[in-house]
Design a protein around this ligand. Structure first.
Ligand code: NAP
Length: 333
């Protein structure tokens, strides 16, 4: 037996229940991980609400969560890569992030191919706070749009989990970082993580604010907010620039007329999914190794804005949805 946060129906944070669940012995190729820190992600809220990406209805009850760090406790048949006591982290399973969940638990069986070994110098909490958000930033910066020295980049929700990592990474690459933020407090936090110009987009229209700072427009926009920012963001990008929509914290982006991209100056739009990076074990582990190195070199600071007991996951969800969070949130079993 182990204890976990489960939902038996979609709904608000009140549907999260702290329950005892059966945990079978690890199957062939699997390992039992005793979780020490669990990362909270907006996708957890989407699954709880009734995620809009689902190909088929969820089979309740569902244990939420995609990301956790911990210690190998038991080794299943043939899972020879790890041994009891090894420190590991994971970000997603083999299925979709909206379907193959189960990290909001004291312990879980995980296929060995999904695990990333934790090096010295990276704590369990840092790893749980970093993996999904950092790999998402890696997907954007390494695969879609790598800022060059002097490139102006606009990062929406700059003080969010992914936002703070993007700010630091872009600044490190020599970009001028513009960031939208929901409050003055968030502006300060973004500023401490490489954001050169914070724009309070709840108080001011961000398009003219960006154009005042960078009249020709930015080289790229990195947008995890979605519905409320996507269309206006097209007016912030300079000709031949790119808008990367990687998330929908405010809701899904409406269908896009491709001709609009021609009219706005031969723009490109990208819509990444983290599973394209994490689907291949070697690619995922190489990207994680780069993140650990950037943290060890002090280039990326892992900002844990709040820590909650696992059984209080509903409080974390309430804060996330109320836009109270900064950086990453971690649950501790
Ligand atoms: N494509 C992928 O594979 C992938 C991977 C990871 C994450 N994501 C997605 O990327 C987005 C950002 O992730 P994250 O971890 O950085 O998120 P996060 O830390 O939970 O932050 C989300 C931020 O979005 C802003 N926001 C704007 N409108 C909002 C609304 N109506 N409700 C809630 N928040 C709102 C808030 O910042 P302000 O108060 O500053 O506006 C909030 O703090 C999420 O949608 C997530 O699901 C996608």
């Amino acid at each position: 037996m182990t204890r976990a946060i489960r939902i038996h129906q979609n709904g608000g944070p009140e549907v999260l229940r702290w329950e005892e669940i059966e945990l079978p012995a690890p199957a062939p190729g699997e390992l039992r991980i005793r979780h020490t820190a669990i990362g909270v992600n907006f996708s957890d809220v989407n699954v709880r609400r009734g995620g809009f990406y689902l190909a088929r209805p969820l089979k309740f009850p569902v244990v939420l969560g995609n990301e956790a760090a911990g210690v190998v406790e038991r080794v299943g048949p043939g899972a020879t890569e790890f041994k009891p006591g090894d420190r590991v982290v994971y970000a997603g399973m083999e299925g979709g992030f909206y379907e193959d969940t189960g990290a909001y638990a004291e312990a879980r069986n995980v296929p060995g191919a999904r695990l990333i070994r934790l090096p010295e110098g990276i704590s369990d909490r840092q790893a749980a706070a970093l993996m999904v958000k950092g790999l998402t930033a890696s997907l954007i910066v390494n695969r879609l749009f790598r800022p060059k020295v002097g490139d102006p980049i606009l990062i929406h929700a700059a003080a969010s989990g992914v936002g703070l990592i993007l700010c630091q990474w872009c600044k490190h690459l020599g970009a001028t970082v513009l960031g939208t933020v929901g409050s003055r407090e968030k502006a300060k936090i973004a500023g401490a993580h490489g954001c050169d110009h914070a724009i309070l987009y709840c108080e001011t229209d961000f398009v003219p604010a960006v154009r005042r700072l960078v009249p020709p427009g930015v080289a790229a926009v990195f947008d995890g907010v979605g519905k409320d920012t996507f269309m206006a963001s097209l007016d912030c990008v300079r000709p031949f620039g790119m808008l990367v929509n990687y998330g929908n914290a405010s809701g899904p982006v409406p269908p896009l007329d491709l001709l609009l991209l021609a009219k706005k100056g031969s723009l490109s739009v990208a819509r990444p999914a983290l599973s394209s990076l994490t689907g291949d074990t070697a690619t995922m582990r190489a990207a994680a190794a780069e993140l650990f190195e950037l943290v060890k070199r002090g280039i990326l600071k892992v900002e844990i804005g709040a820590t909650y007991a696992l059984r209080d996951a509903a409080s974390a969800h309430r804060d996330l949805e109320a836009r109270k969070s900064t950086g990453s949130m971690v649950l501790v079993p």
